[in-house]
Write a protein that binds this ligand. Structure first.
Ligand SMILES: C[S@@+](CC[C@H](N)C(=O)[O-])C[C@H]1O[C@@H](n2cnc3c(N)ncnc32)[C@H](O)[C@@H]1O
Length: 244
């Protein structure tokens, strides 16, 4: 049975610790994301699910993923770390791209209700101390019929040893591994769950707020890619959508 993380006793201290880490790590982070093909490949799995025109990316860090879609979609972003925001702005500027970037916390997003067609967050949910609050806030700003697109770490559905070990390593590094499916179901969301790497430990969730049905969707499906894509270029694997 997967051992999911408990919520931290002091959420503010947890967030502050991570924020200090990102402040120290920021120049290396930008280089790493650009150098690590496997990381870019995971992030790019989100691209086919971005429903426009208006996208919010929460926790964009140095903005690698945003540089992949900002040329064709109205792009907004919030990240807690001021220095990350500055680097991401510069990364967009250098490429002649536009994005409305703000420093802020996922727990209180500075936007009105039902404002975005897509809300996106990659490799960051496991760093939010209060999962329900973060999810609730992302759903608040999402339009009916909008897409919530999350990429994060979880235990592999088939319990394979390597994937399980990898997930345990994330946990040891301080990430909070959650039962994402349970959280999405708790909100009554219709979602797909795809294993995109790390032997099933890296997952892509696409949830839909259905117009006229509140969040009372039904059903989900887990699908897996045959192996991690770690080749010489960033590829977007085929995506198996589920809608019930
Ligand atoms: C591991 S990085 C992931 C960044 C990027 N999305 C990626 O996939 O490479 C986590 C990011 O989450 C941001 N973050 C952490 N806590 C946050 C919060 N409470 N609200 C908004 N952003 C937060 C950090 O500043 C950092 O930039």
């Amino acid at each position: 049975m997967p051992e999911y993380s408990e919520a931290p006793k002091d959420p503010a201290a947890f967030t502050q610790r991570f924020d200090h880490f990102y402040t120290r790590f920021k120049p290396v982070y930008d280089l790493l994301v650009r150098a690590l093909l496997v990381w870019k490949t995971w992030l790019c799995c989100a691209l086919p699910h971005l429903k426009g025109p208006r996208i919010l990316e929460v926790s964009f860090a140095t903005g690698y993923l945003m540089t992949q879609y900002a040329g064709r979609l109205e792009s907004h972003g919030v990240d807690l770390n001021e220095r990350m925001v500055a680097i991401a702005r510069e990364n967009l500027r250098k490429r002649g791209l536009r994005g409305e970037l703000r420093q802020g916390n996922v727990e209180s997003l500075p936007y009105p209700d039902s404002f975005f067609d897509t809300v996106l967050s990659t490799m960051a949910f496991s760093g939010y101390p209060d999962a329900r609050k973060a999810l609730g806030e992302m759903l608040r700003v999402l339009m009916p019929d909008g897409h919530l697109v999350l990429i994060d770490v979880n235990y592999p559905a088939d319990g394979n040893r390597i994937g399980t070990r990898l997930t345990d390593l994330w946990k040891r590094a301080g990430d909070l591994v959650r039962d994402m499916g349970a959280l999405l179901r708790e909100r009554g969301l219709n979602y797909s769950d795809e294993e995109i790497g790390g032997r099933g430990s890296i997952r892509l969730y696409v949830a839909t707020r259905q117009a006229g049905r509140g969040e009372a969707g039904i059903g989900h499906k887990v699908s897996a890619l045959p192996h991690d894509a770690i080749n010489t270029s960033v590829q977007i694997p085929n995506v198996h959508r589920t809608s019930r």
